[in-house]
Design a binder for this molecule. Sequence first.
Ligand code: MRU
Length: 377
Amino acid sequence: MNIHGQHYRTLWLKPDDPQVVQIIDQRHLPFALVIEDLRTVDETAVAIREMHARGAGLIGALAGYGMYLAALEAVAGPADTFMERVAVSGAILKATRPTAVNLEWAITRQLTALAQTRGSNDDRVAAARRLAAAIADEDAAYCKQIGEHGLALIEAIAARKPGESVNVLTHCNAGWLAFVDYGTATAPIYAAHDRGVKVHVWVDETRPRNQGARLTAWELGQHGVPHTVIADNTGGHLMQHGLVDLVITGADRVTYTGDAANKIGTYLKALAARDNGVPFYVALPSSTFDWVMTDGVRQIPVEQRDPDEVRVIDGWADGRVQAVRLTPEGSPAANYGFDVTPARLVTGLITERGVCAASAEAVLRLYPERRAAAVIA
Ligand code: MRU
């Protein structure tokens, strides 16, 4: 997608030094565009844990490149310890964030491919680089396809209210910044906007880290999509007054039975949507499915982060980013990163293969190659 009219992805190899991974350091947005160089597995682990790069798809793509850096580090050591060393690096990367399944998926994909690569360790480094690029390209391609499938939902609503905007509510940032390009929840919105369908987005601010207010609002603005930032508690009121046609969120892990983990607060939007007859869709690439878990509410690990992310907020003042405390000095805070929306509240899943119901039967119809391994309840 574009920043000031120039095309960017969220990560790439440094053109004049392909042993360096470059990312947009999202901690500085929307106030400054800062590009960070990652040269080691440890730097990559910090970038994921501290959310310089975040969002399920991007975490997966960066983990893919992190494994390429792991291979570069391993090739410098004794030849017969190569696989052992990349496995240790994989474990370090995997421990950074627990909820988004894309992380584990990308690392396992790299480890499996490395184990199957015949030839020298240099051949394995080359293979890891190729696979990292393939994971990133696939992420971008799948998000584009999600946009095409989701576009039909927006067009159907637009046809029922000619001349008016379709109002989409989204939570957190499942935009291009959360992936390699296009995003998931935003992809249908960009596709609609680009084809002249009038669309307006209600952007939940998404406390505590404000990915909606800071990132989604910024990327929609860069693309010229009309949007309004709202406090997190506003969605229910808007739905009661007919001001939301459709909710589209992203996801960090979706069980193949249709339970969807997404940024904390998503579940409350799904409840409000159900109470008001507003369709609630979850957009995801297949890398976000968990093909083993069957009960998302009980089984998906929910990340708990530093309580200071709740107590302290960053903002722009006097020409610089400043942090201020919001709470009484001694008040404890809790910081649950995600919640799980049960399948029964999800109208449908928008995937790269099409839109389907949030049920094992419908998901496995789209992904029949997964049927053999799935446990059907
Ligand atoms: O904690 P984050 O910012 O990595 O959380 C991810 C998210 O932005 C959302 O939950 C998003 O909707 C899903 S990621 C595509």
